[in-house]
Every structure is written in structure tokens, then in C-alpha cells.
Design a protein around this ligand. Structure first.
Ligand code: UGA
Length: 434
């Protein structure tokens, strides 16, 4: 199979590399010449564990190619995956400009029958509309079938998820096209669900909305736990043992971030609104998350009253561990609030510092290590649960801070352990230790 991937963001690149690794000939197309030059040398534009090794291997074995030329990319491909971005419009809806531009380019360049797979997260009905758009612009003797194949990759474990995902969803109105995409994916050995295009599109939104709901739910329970003297770790474990609930995605914290949940939940509310359905539940999930992201700031404010002139360290900037992605990260929301209060801030993250600098510039100081960041501070905010950050012994805080106050937004330490140190330890859903 000759496969082209349009768009080398994290979904496109990971998909392309893994499809090459199971034996397909894959060309990744992107308009960014510099990025393509680097990728040809096996250099990934994103931090994703295991990705560069797999890129290098498949480039060497001549299955993985990169181009900026749309003709080379589309002309004689058997299957073209569209994996370009769908950024958020001002009203929360998904912006489909890049998907449509790609569809038009495909119509212009293809010279034989082709299957177009939409990987990008798109509102229900988009696959139908893209089919109509391509049909209108392609030459009449060529057949093009549009297939929905949403992704369920988590940043930071995207390669693992490609090979060990729970399911692959294929939404097609054409039996033959569905069977080709099924065949392409067979070597992954993952259960395949075949459905129509609209249901496939909805599965993607519903999955992310449900996961976001689980997080906001457990965060609300955590907030109540604090007030009634219960421990959220035990409560989450206790409910998670019920198979109907399940143990995953019940980690209380300072809310969800990243490029997917915040955007996709808003887009689904918007989509529902378009068909006159007010999605009250999901609106609440979003509101709870917005409040939760301010929680550490609120707690610090309650403790100190005025924060001006205080010295604070923020440990972890990425929206979650194992990524350099800071889009919609809780860290940025917290830092903005602390800056408003004129707090003197030092930040540290194992890999997201460069990305953070592009946004925060010189409004904060950048430490070379977590320990450097903590040194001499009035308070520390733990925002991302990187292993490196979780492994800092509590004794280090005692040594490096005069009166250690830790606001832990990811419950990195056991509450019992924290109680045995001379630290003021404020976490989520577990009462205060110290
Ligand atoms: C998410 C989904 O998990 C993927 O299945 C989906 O493919 C992807 O969005 C997407 O739509 O592209 P991702 O955003 O990479 O993946 O990260 P997650 O691991 O799902 O975490 C999202 C956020 O939820 C993070 O900020 C994380 O800290 C938070 N979270 C997660 C919690 O606060 N508690 C939990 O129990 C789990």
C-alpha cells in the first residue's frame, strides 16, 4: 500500500511512522520545508518517547519518506490520511479550513482512485461534506471514498497506543473502502469497529467528553472530600474497583489540559447547540475544569492573603508528564494569576522549558533543575507529575526552604508521608498535612 499522510503534527507523524513500521510505504507531507528537512534526518519536531528511534529505523529501511510537494504526495497514493489541525474558532467550534484546503489539493492532484481517511478530529457530518467537496472538484473518472478513522492516541504514550490501543474505529459508507482500511490496520492486532462515518466521528467526541467528565467528576468529589475529611486516593480506588466504573481516569488534580479535551469538549457543546440541544452536563464539566485549574492559586491566596513579593517555584509546565506540550496547561493559568499578584516566579520542567519560554518570555525565571527552583522559595507549586518531580525527597524541601509550603496539584506524595515531615503540604482532596 502506498500511503500519504497530510500533516505532520503529533497525530500525523506518529500515525505515519507506525504505519511504516508495520510494513507500508508512507510519505508524510507538510508545507513546512524546515520541518521536513529535519524529519528526513530522523529529527522529530515534537517530544514523544520512542518516536525518533522509530523514524530513523523506517527511514533507513526505506519505508518512510517526507515531502513538501503536494503532487508527489497525492498523485499516486492508494490511501491519503488527512491529519491536519482543527484549531478552535472563537465560538468554540472546530475550524476546518486546513481539512478543506487539503481535500481541495487532493482533488486537484490525484490521478487514480484513492481512499481519503480523515484522522483529524472533525464535527459530525464533516466526512460527508468533505466527500461532497472532493466529488465536486476531482476529475470525473476518478473514484474517491472518504473514510473516518479517528485517533485515540495520548501524547507521551502515542507510540504505545498505536500498537496497543483498545480499538480502531473505521467509519465508511463504502464496504470496499472500509475493508482496505481494515486490511492496512490488521498488523496492529487491535480490535476493529466498523460503522458509518457519522457514528465514527461521534465516537471520537463522545470518548473525549466522557473522559473529561470522569476527571471533572473526581475533581468535584475531591473538593468535597477535603471539606468532609475524606481521602480522595482511597475514594477513587474504592469506586474504581467497581467494574462498571473502572480504575482509570480517576486521578484528581488541577484539571485537564492539552490540545484535545478542552477543545473537543467545547466543540461538542457547540455541535449539540447547532442541533438545538443544550449539553448541560458537558457545560458543567468545562466549568468545573476552569475552576479546578485555579485551585492552587485559590489555596495560596487563602493561606497568604496578599501574595505580592513572595517567591514561588512552579514545578512542571507541560500539561502532563512525558510531553513538551504546554497547550492549555494548568501551569500557564496558574502562572498568569501569580504574575497578576506580582509573585516572583521560578519555573522548571524537564522538557517543556523551550516551549514555555515562547509564551512566558522573561516574566519568570528559568531554573536549571527542580532543586535549583525550590531553593530559598516561600512556596512551591507542583503542577505536572513528572517522575523526576515525584522523586524529589520531601527532605529536599526541608533543606532548601526556610518554612516549606508545598501546593501539590497532582498528589505526588502520600499524605501520610507528608505528615511525618516538617512541611506544610496542601494537596487535592486530602486535607492539609503539617
Ligand atoms: C487525550 C485522550 O486520552 C486520547 O485518547 C485522545 O486521542 C487525545 O486526547 C486526543 O483527542 O487527541 P491527551 O490529551 O494526550 O489524550 O492526554 P491524557 O492522558 O488523556 O490527559 C489529558 C489531561 O487530563 C491531562 O491534563 C491530564 O493531566 C488530565 N488527567 C488525566 C487528569 O487530570 N486525571 C486523570 O485521571 C487523567
Amino acid at each position: 500500500m502506498k500511503i500519504t499522510i497530510a500533516g505532520t503534527g503529533y497525530v500525523g507523524l506518529v500515525t505515519g511512522v507506525c504505519l511504516a513500521d508495520i510494513g507500508h510505504i508512507v510519505t508524510c507531507y507538510d508545507i513546512d520545508e524546515q520541518k521536513v528537512q529535519k524529519m528526513r534526518q530522523g529529527i522529530s519536531p515534537i517530544y514523544e518517547p520512542g518516536l525518533e528511534d522509530l523514524m530513523k529505523k523506517n527511514i533507513e529501511e526505506a519505508r518512510l519518506f517526507f515531502t513538501t510537494d503536494p503532487q508527489t504526495a497525492y498523485e499516486d497514493a492508494d490511501v491519503i490520511y488527512i491529519a491536519v489541525g482543527t484549531p478552535e474558532n472563537e465560538d468554540g467550534s472546530a475550524n476546518l479550513t486546513y481539512v478543506e484546503e487539503t481535500a481541495l489539493a487532493i482533488s486537484r492532484y490525484v490521478i487514480k482512485d484513492v481512499i481519503v481517511v480523515i484522522k483529524s478530529t472533525v464535527p459530525v457530518g464533516t466526512n460527508d461534506r468533505i466527500q461532497a467537496l472532493i466529488d465536486k472538484h476531482k476529475s470525473p473518472e476518478i473514484r474517491v471514498a472518504v473514510v473516518s478513522n479517528p485517533e485515540f492516541l495520548r501524547e507521551g504514550s502515542a507510540i504505545y497506543d498505536m500498537f496497543h490501543g483498545d480499538r480502531i474505529v473505521i467509519g465508511a459508507n463504502d464496504e470496499y473502502a472500509a475493508s482496505v482500511i481494515e486490511e492496512i490496520n490488521k498488523p496492529f492486532g487491535i480490535p476493529i469497529i466498523k460503522t458509518d462515518r457519522r457514528s465514527a466521528e461521534m465516537i471520537k467526541y463522545a470518548a473525549n467528553a466522557f473522559l473529561a467528565t470522569k476527571i471533572s467528576f473526581i475533581n468535584e468529589i475531591a473538593n468535597i472530600c477535603e471539606k468532609v475529611g475524606a481521602n480522595i486516593d482511597d475514594v477513587a480506588y474504592g469506586i474504581g474497583q467497581d467494574k462498571r466504573i473502572g480504575p482509570h481516569f480517576l486521578k484528581a488534580g488541577i484539571g485537564y489540559g492539552g490540545s484535545c479535551f478542552p477543545k473537543d469538549t467545547k466543540a461538542l457543546v457547540q455541535l449539540a447547540g447547532n442541533v438545538q440541544h443544550k449539553f448541560d452536563l458537558l457545560e458543567s464539566v468545562i466549568n468545573v475544569n476552569n475552576k479546578q485549574r485555579l485551585l492552587l492559586y485559590t489555596k495560596a491566596k487563602e493561606m497568604f492573603g496578599a501574595l505580592a513579593g513572595k517567591k514561588a517555584a512552579v514545578l512542571g509546565l507541560a500539561f502532563k508528564p512525558n510531553t513538551d506540550d504546554i497547550r492549555e496547561a494548568a501551569s500557564i493559568v496558574l502562572i498568569d494569576k501569580l504574575l497578576e499578584e506580582q509573585v516572583d516566579i521560578t519555573v522548571y520542567d524537564p522538557v517543556a522549558m523551550e516551549n514555555a519560554k515562547k509564551i512566558l518570555n522573561d516574566s519568570v525565571q528559568y531554573a536549571r533543575s527542580a532543586v535549583d527552583a525550590i531553593n530559598g522559595k516561600d512556596m512551591v507549586f507542583i503542577v505536572t507529575e513528572w517522575e523526576e518531580i515525584k522523586n524529589i525527597p520531601l527532605s529536599t524541601y526541608v533543606e532548601k526552604m526556610k518554612e516549606p509550603i508545598i501546593f501539590d496539584g497532582r498528589n505526588c506524595y502520600s499524605w501520610q508521608e507528608a505528615k511525618s515531615y516538617p512541611v506544610t503540604y496542601i494537596s487535592i482532596g486530602r486535607g492539609q498535612a503539617g
